[in-house]
Design a protein around this ligand. Sequence first.
Ligand SMILES: Cc1cc2nc3c(=O)[nH]c(=O)nc-3n(C[C@H](O)[C@H](O)[C@H](O)COP(=O)(O)O)c2cc1C
Length: 233
Amino acid sequence: MGNRAEEAKQNQEENNGNMAIETPIIPLLTPYNMGSLNLSHRVVLAPLTRQRSYNNVPQPHAILYYSQRTTKGGLLIAEATGVSDTAQGYPDTPGIWTKEQVEAWKPIVDAVHAKGGIFFCQIGHVGRVSNQVGEKSECPHSLLPMRKAFKGTFLVAGGYDREDGNKAIAEGRADLVVYGRLFLANPDLPRRFEFNAPLNKYNRETFYVSDPVVGYTDYPFLDTSSYVTKKKH
Ligand SMILES: Cc1cc2nc3c(=O)[nH]c(=O)nc-3n(C[C@H](O)[C@H](O)[C@H](O)COP(=O)(O)O)c2cc1C
């Protein structure tokens, strides 16, 4: 029996016959230092407008939504957030220009921080969002000259799956990979990538409905009982 087979067998025995699925450390799950911020992995939550901030005030249900998607050392980019009432392109998108809005963000930010997440706010105008949602149209290699010229942290987004993301990192084409629809539908996306587990399918119909739960915090987590994390040496 080869070494790998031996190891797999041993793993299986250690787990009392549970299906021990080998999970090698993949490029997406390697740490990255972004300036003074130490990220534990490279799977980033994309800014996702969800239109559930009634009258532009962030709501308590966003606490659960964002904390579901938080991992220790993971980076999250909050949905587009308006800085004035003229910057709001869509109804029920959050703002950060009144005291009430600022106060309403606090428990959300606190919940992300409590789980060790790093939370960025996307400030700006949401009018361009609809143009951004689409399949990956650009060959990622065309970003290479930009990548080489740019000294900061380079993030890529748009149609990436586990395999594309791993390749982008392994080939040095990106430092971090931003996931939108897959993260929306898989609150535990980094974990699913770790185990190469199946993904929940996203439901477009509920992207922007105002329900505080449906299509928002009700995407199921992976049942990890049959998966075993590879020990880090
Ligand atoms: C429901 C939804 C809302 C989005 N809202 C924003 C947003 O607020 N700001 C932004 O820059 N991009 C927004 N996007 C674009 C995503 O951040 C991301 O770039 C896009 O979904 C492509 O990545 P993906 O293929 O992994 O989904 C949104 C996308 C979706 C699906």
